[in-house]
Design a protein around this ligand. Structure first.
Ligand code: GUN
Ligand code: ZN
Length: 444
């Protein structure tokens, strides 16, 4: 962790409120020539360069990023690290995709050596895409989560993860039992929750793969550990929904299954929520549960079009998720680009400043971590990215015609990806540098 005070000079843009509450103009701060000052892993000053220099010691070390833009690290509110190796698997919708591709790949995580190899690659991908916090699925294997947290701890990243609970409707090689799932989750919570920057999420895969007995153990864990997260899937695919209603005929809706077992609370995050009724939306809002919007996944699996305005009208907190490996990119910029297109298909607009909010502060709020991450206010953890608006020839050419900040930001989101991320800082320390990576490739 950086104990020494360090400063970074660039254009600085960060989200400070939800545009739906305050309007676009008051929802962000932008310093065209700004300085961010970091000490002990936290932001200690931010503002216009001239003003910051006046109030900081004359000895302050300042690193200059000419023509670059600094923003807070991206937050991915739903992703599966064990699916890194089967991203881009052809031809199926959710249930067949799970059976044909996902389960066989997840089986490999019984082997901690393989799990470690994938975890390493996964964290490298997050860093090179500017993602500094994620809410992450492991597999049913306890070891997969130990390995994940060990690597996260080494890298000092703020991560939330959990062991998958799954005791039916999956291959024999990939199921636990209500008892073993409960015991192993407990052990993992005791070991990792609140260790440094790490947090635990109790993670039932989705209603069809847990028996009522197992769902009851999830409710019990949440009672015993009220500050852990609950992370699962909800209302993603029409066949999935029919299946849930067949499996739980006594329940009113898909959400009602989770509700019945006490799985809805302020730290519950449900991925997808594409086909929710008004009643379900109301219940999500009443329980302060959050939804992760995963556009590349929703398009890739043909799941449907996410109704952001409807969820927001109900007052539900929404963050962005890549949902790799059903999602097709680790890049939150690319994810925003697909989110924009999903809104377009429904005659809705997604303003780039709103996108920035969803990718950063909105994500932090949906995880109730906005006191720690999500923007670069003084006191927050210093997770930030340095973006290069001219990363490709096409971007450079297009940017020449982009006059206003929001136009530049929109081009950045539409054309940008990992090539746009120059550097990523985690708790004030550099975790990724595009130049260093290029040199590494040249040497190897
Ligand atoms: N529903 C249950 N499991 C999964 C999964 O691994 N990915 C997605 N997208 N949906 C799911
Ligand atoms: Zn998922």
């Amino acid at each position: 962790m950086t104990t020494q005070r360090k400063a970074y000079r660039a254009s600085i843009l960060h989200s400070i409120a939800d545009p739906k509450d305050v309007g676009i103009e008051d929802s962000y701060e932008y310093f065209e020539d700004g300085i961010l000052v970091v000490e002990n892993g936290h932001v200690v000053d931010i503002g216009d360069a001239v003003e910051v220099l006046e109030r900081q010691p004359k000895t302050l070390q300042v690193k200059e990023y000419k023509d670059k833009i600094i923003t807070s690290g991206f937050i991915d509110t739903h992703i599966h690290y064990p699916q890194t190796g089967m991203i881009a698997s052809y031809g199926e919708q959710l249930l067949d995709w799970l059976e044909n591709y996902t389960f066989p790949e997840e089986r490999r995580f019984k082997n901690p050596i393989y799990a470690h190899k994938v975890a390493n690659l996964f964290f490298d991908e997050l860093a090179s895409n500017g993602t500094t916090t994620a809410l992450v699925f492991g597999t049913v294997h306890k070891e997969s989560v130990d390995v994940f947290f060990e690597e996260a701890e080494k890298r000092n990243v703020r991560m939330i993860a959990g062991k998958v609970l799954m005791d039916r409707n999956a291959p024999d090689y990939l199921v636990d039992t209500p008892e073993s799932g409960y015991e192993e989750s407990k052990e993992l919570i005791e070991k990792w929750h609140n260790k440094g920057r790490l947090l635990y999420a109790v993670t039932p895969r989705f209603a069809p793969t847990s028996t009522p007995e197992q769902l009851a153990t999830v409710g019990k864990l949440l009672e015993e550990y009220p500050d852990v997260y609950m992370h699962t899937h909800l209302s993603e695919n029409k066949k999935e929904i029919e299946w849930v209603l067949d499996l739980f005929p006594e329940r009113d809706s898909y959400l009602d299954v989770y509700d019945h077992y006490g799985l809805l609370h302020k730290r519950s995050v449900f991925a997808h929520g594409i086909h929710l009724s008004d009643c379900e939306c109301k219940r999500l809002a009443d329980t302060d549960s959050a939804i992760s919007f995963c556009p590349t996944s929703n398009l890739f699996l043909g799941s449907g079009l996410f109704k952001l305005p409807k969820l927001e009208e109900h007052g539900i907190r929404v963050g962005m998720g890549t949902d790799v490996g059903a999602g097709t990119s680790f890049s939150i910029l690319q994810t925003m680009s697909e989110a924009y297109k999903i809104m377009q298909l429904q005659q809705e607009k997604l303003h780039p400043i709103k996108s920035l909010f969803l990718a950063t502060l909105g994500g932090a709020r949906s995880l109730h971590l906005e006191d720690k991450i999500g923007n670069l206010e003084v006191g927050k953890e210093a997770d930030f990215v340095v973006l290069n608006m001219d990363a490709t020839q096409l971007m450079r050419f297009r940017m020449q015609q982009a006059k206003k900040l929001e136009e530049k930001l929109f081009v950045l989101m539409s054309l940008g990806d990992d090539r746009t991320v120059s550097e990523t800082y985690i708790a004030g320390e550099k975790a990724y540098d595009v130049n260093f990576e290029q040199q590494k490739k040249l040497v190897s």
